[in-house]
Structures are given as C-alpha cells and as structure tokens.
Design a protein around this ligand. Structure first.
Ligand code: SF4
Ligand code: SF4
Length: 562
C-alpha cells in the first residue's frame, strides 16, 4: 500500500484519499471549518493549510490527494503562520458576539482563535455590518455577520437532505447565505445545519438563548421518535431538557437526526401534564395516592378477576426491560395469555435517509421481550372485541394511551371493572383509569431499545427523578410519598416521583408475594439474556455507547414482522 508521511510518521493511504482523510483517520487534527467527512469538498475556508515538502506554497489538506512518498508537516512554522493569517482574515468582519452567542463554548472560530490566532487584530476600520436575524425556515435563524462562508449548510441541504434550498449571494466581503426566491429552508433535516455550522451563524429557534453550553449536562441516549433510534445527546439544565443533538453512529444515523425527533420527542418530559404521584379513582374522581396504596389497591382488585378476563398491553415506547418484566408478570402472576402491543405506523411517512414509518423506538424489542399474544391468547383487536362483549373486564395498559387510539374506546372503558394505566403524562387513558402509575420517560431511566435493523441500543437517565436520587436509596415507599415534585435539594430543579415501568411491575409482583429479583434495570436484562436466546450474553457494558446488532437478527426478521 502507498504511504504518506505526516508529522514525521508514515501512514498508509488508499488511492483517492486526501491528506485530511488520512490525518483524521489516524487521529491527527488538521484545523478546518468547511471540510466535513460526509460533504463534498469545497476548499474555501483555507484553514487546513499544511506544508508539503517539494511544494513551494502551502496546500489545503482537504483537497490535496496523497501521493506515494509525500511528506506533510501540519505544524511547521510556515503552516502555523498560514493558519494565523487565515484566522486574522476570518475575524476581520466577525462581530464580538461571543458573550451572547449560542455557539460560545462549542464554536470552532472561538476555539481556533485561541489555538491558532495571534490574539490581536490589526484591523482598525469599520466592520462590515449585515443582517443579524434572518429566519431561513421554521426552525433555523441566520446571523449573517457571524457566517464565515464555509458552505457546509449549502452542501448539507443539497447532498444530505436532498433539498437544494440554500445558496450564496453577493461576492467578496458582502457574500451571504439566502434561500432561493420564494423558498423557505424547510426540510425534515434542516436543524442539522445548526450542528455543522462551525460558528454561531445558524441557530435553533427552539433553543436560542435558553442556556450556555457549559451550564448543561449532556447524556448519551436514543431518540424515541421512530424505529431508527438515532443516537443523541440529551442536554439538561436544572433537571429540564433544553435540546437534543445527534450523536455519531455510522451504523444507525451517521451524524444526523430529523427535526421532528429533535424538536418533538422530549417536550413531554418537561411538560406540566406530568403525573408526579400515583392516582387512584375514588367516588369517580382521580385522586393522588401513595405508592403503597396504589400497589395494594391494584393487587387486591386484580385478585378478584379471573385470568381469562384480564388483558395486558405492553408498549413499543417502553424499554425491553419494561416489556420483559410485564410479560413475565402477565405469564407467572396474572396467568393470562392475553398480551399484545399496539403498533404505531404512519404509512408513507418514511424516507431513504432516516425517518421510519414506525413511530416508536422499540417495536422489535418489545416483541422479542415477550409482548406478543400467547398461544390461544387474544391479540389487540381480539382484546378490543373482548372489552366490547365484556369477556375482558380488566385492562392493564403500560405506556400505551389505549383510549386515544380510537374515538370508540372512551365508551369501551365503561365495560372495564379495572383499568390500570402506566403513564408519564396525563392523557386520554388516565381520564378513565382506576389506578394510574407515574411511569418514567425515556429520559429518566436505564434500558435498551432494539431498532428496526436489530441494533440494540442503550438509553440512560438524563433527568433526575425522586426514585433515582441516590441519597434516597433504601427509603421506604411510604417515606418517598412525602416527597414528590416539591422535594428539591438542588436549587430550583424539579423532580418527578415517577418510576421505570419494570420497577412498578416488580413492586406489584412482590406485593403478590412473588419475588422478582430486580434491583436495577440491568438485573432485568441479565435475566432476559439467560432465558431468551435473542438477547443471549448481552449486558450494558457489551452494548456500550454504539450498541450491538442482535446476532439472531436475520432469524428474528423471519419470525417477527415489524
Ligand atoms: S451559515 Fe454557517 S455553515 Fe453556512 S456558510 Fe455560514 S458559517 Fe458555514
Ligand atoms: S429519524 Fe426517528 S429516531 Fe431519528 S431523530 Fe428522527 S424521529 Fe428520532
């Protein structure tokens, strides 16, 4: 294989690779703004200047192909001086906005000014003023003064989102970005340009001015918006989610996520509609109860119903652990075979990029965990028929808003003697439930989802609940009842008294006198891995941050259609 020498070390390269390709692959950082591994090379920022022996002038690493025997110096005196000159040029008209710029703290221009700038400006003339607030589309705001004309946004729009909606207009220091006449920058992936814009020229209207980056924590997780399961970071300040950003995973979502997932998949976590304590219906009214009361009421009522009269709905929104615990509870304690889940497909709402018709993150995982009708048991439509003809008198709906699925279902609830709902937010089902358990959201628990490709991926808690607060470990349920959202040891942050569904089920099982030995969600997964060959030998460490593909995926595809 041919080799190139970069910073005195030899590296192999494939024909057609540029200097920056080989450097990046080998962990050598060459400063750059416009180059991005998934976009075509535009070569216009000039920041990646490097010194190549036998070439008199500096060359740009992003468009210079490697050649056998080439010797590259990234940090020679000449290359460093070249980068300083580029920085000085880029900063001539750049406003001193850092104190009010959303990008501050994660801005390449700021970082490079520190590492590759001279620290002072020789420019004494008036800066070129441009528009500060141009709404390019529903989600993206443009500040023309901050733009360094790298063209990443234009390339992304055309090459990745496949919507040619942005272009440069004017020339020289007047150059700026515009949408084509009569067009908006409006496509399902528009917000990715905010991530790849190396400066604060493009901002997310939904997040603008909400927080400085250093005030937030970032937790790696998975978007629950569809069966793709894009890898994300959840950004939280004061226990409130402020934004989601994509996390690189070449096998799942590459560098991207869709706008719908980014904007709409977390708002319910912060919403006023959160259920912060168990609810019990008394004299027709849903009243706040304690955990002990809600659990003993549920258990005593369930004991009155015959197994064949009970139906259970798992959820493709819940984790594998939640669904496995529910399936085990259904089989071993309720002794009913009537268990199923509801699929949430929007036919036609899918593309070749990321978006999937299945609007849940875990249809495959829930089914594999055992939430499928058992032999001689009822499936979902048969359960509905059973409620209609009153052969089903009890329904447990875990993280599934059963009543909202059809306008007919409101009247169906009148046929139920016992309707148990696990929900994070008040919804149509909680209006008619007899007992409501506050379930933790995807952002408040550990667990795994299995995406449509059979990729097993981890979610992690980004938002603290009362239950998670380690200092409350070991406290009895009745003592926990004293807290709730008022409990606040960390300033103004609000904590919900919700619990992962697997844990609620464990408490129910234990109240039935059947010990489920689950202390943590990983205990649930470890048991599942022992009894279910699809999850064999899996644990959280093996799944890691990038996830793993189910070994049995091909066979699963044949067994289960999703
Ligand atoms: S708006 Fe950002 S991504 Fe677009 S050209 Fe300007 S600096 Fe580059
Ligand atoms: S494609 Fe699906 S998983 Fe990815 S961000 Fe959008 S909704 Fe979320």
């Amino acid at each position: 294989m041919p080799t190139v020498t970069i910073n005195n070390k030899q590296y192999e390269f494939n024909p057609g690779e540029t200097i920056i390709d080989v450097a990046e692959r080998n962990g050598i950082h060459i400063p750059h703004y416009c180059w991005h591994p998934r976009l075509s090379v535009s070569g216009n920022c000039r920041m990646c200047l490097v010194d190549v022996e036998k070439i008199p002038k500096l060359v740009i690493a992003c468009s210079t192909l490697c050649m056998e025997g080439m010797v590259v110096h990234v940090d020679s005196e000449k290359a460093v001086a070249g980068r300083e000159h580029v920085m000085e040029f880029l900063l001539i008209n750049h406003p001193l906005d850092c104190p009010i710029c959303d990008e501050a703290g994660e801005c390449k221009l700021q970082d490079y000014a520190y590492h590759h700038g001279t620290g002072e400006s020789r420019f004494t003339e008036e800066k070129n003023l441009k528009s500060k607030r141009v709404k390019l589309g529903p989600y993206v705001m443009f500040d023309a003064e901050r733009c360094i004309s790298c063209a990443r946004c234009i390339s992304f729009s055309k090459e990745i989102a496949q919507q040619d909606q942005l272009t440069f207009v004017q020339r020289g220091d007047r150059v700026t970005i515009e949408t084509f006449p009569g067009k908006e920058f409006d496509n399902p992936y528009s917000l990715n340009v905010v991530d790849i814009c190396p400066v604060g020229a493009l901002t997310n209207i939904d997040f603008r001015f909400k927080a400085r980056v250093w005030d937030m924590s970032a937790t790696s997780s998975i978007c629950p918006g569809c069966a793709r399961g894009c890898n994300i970071d959840i950004w939280v300040r004061n226990n409130e989610i402020l934004r989601l950003t994509p996390r690189f995973n070449e096998d799942v979502n590459d560098y991207w996520m869709c706008d719908n997932g980014r904007i709409n998949s977390f708002k319910h976590v912060n919403a006023e509609t959160r259920i912060d304590m168990p609810k019990i219906r008394k004299s027709g009214e849903l009243t706040t109860g304690g955990w002990d009361e809600a659990i003993s009421k549920t258990v005593s009522e369930l004991k009155r119903v015959k197994p064949s009269e009970i139906a259970v709905l798992g959820s493709a929104f819940a984790t594998v652990e939640d669904n496995y615990a529910l399936a085990k509870f259904t089989k071993n304690i309720l002794h009913t075979k009537n268990i199923d889940l509801v699929e949430h497909f929007i036919p036609g709402d899918e593309d070749e990029i990321l978006i999937r018709e299945d609007k849940t993150p875990n249809t495959l995982g829930a089914k594999l965990a055992g939430v499928v009708p058992q032999k001689n048991g009822l499936n979902f439509s048969q359960i509905v028929d059973g409620i209609k003809n009153k052969s089903i008198r009890c329904l447990i709906a875990m993280e599934e808003d059963f009543v909202s699925l059809s306008s007919d279902f409101v009247t169906l609830t009148e046929n139920l003697d016992l309707f148990i709902v696990f929900a994070a937010n008040h919804n149509e089902s909680t209006k008619y439930a007899h007992v409501v358990f506050p379930a933790a959201t995807f952002a408040e628990k550990n667990g795994i989802f299995v995406n449509f490709q059979g990729q097993v991926q981890r979610i992690k808690p980004a938002v603290m609940t009362v239950d998670m607060d380690r200092s409350l470990d070991g406290m009895s349920l009745s003592r926990l009842d004293k807290f709730g959202t008022e409990f606040d040891r960390w300033g103004k942050s609000k904590k919900i008294n919700s619990i992962s569904s697997w844990k609620i089920i464990t408490k129910l099982a234990n109240a039935f006198g059947v010990k489920f030995n689950f202390e943590t969600s990983e205990d649930v997964l470890i048991e599942l891995a022992e009894v279910n060959k699809d999850f064999k030998e899996l644990d959280y460490e093996k799944i890691g941050s990038a996830g793993v593909k189910l070994k049995s995926y091909k066979k699963v595809e044949e067994r289960i259609s999703v």
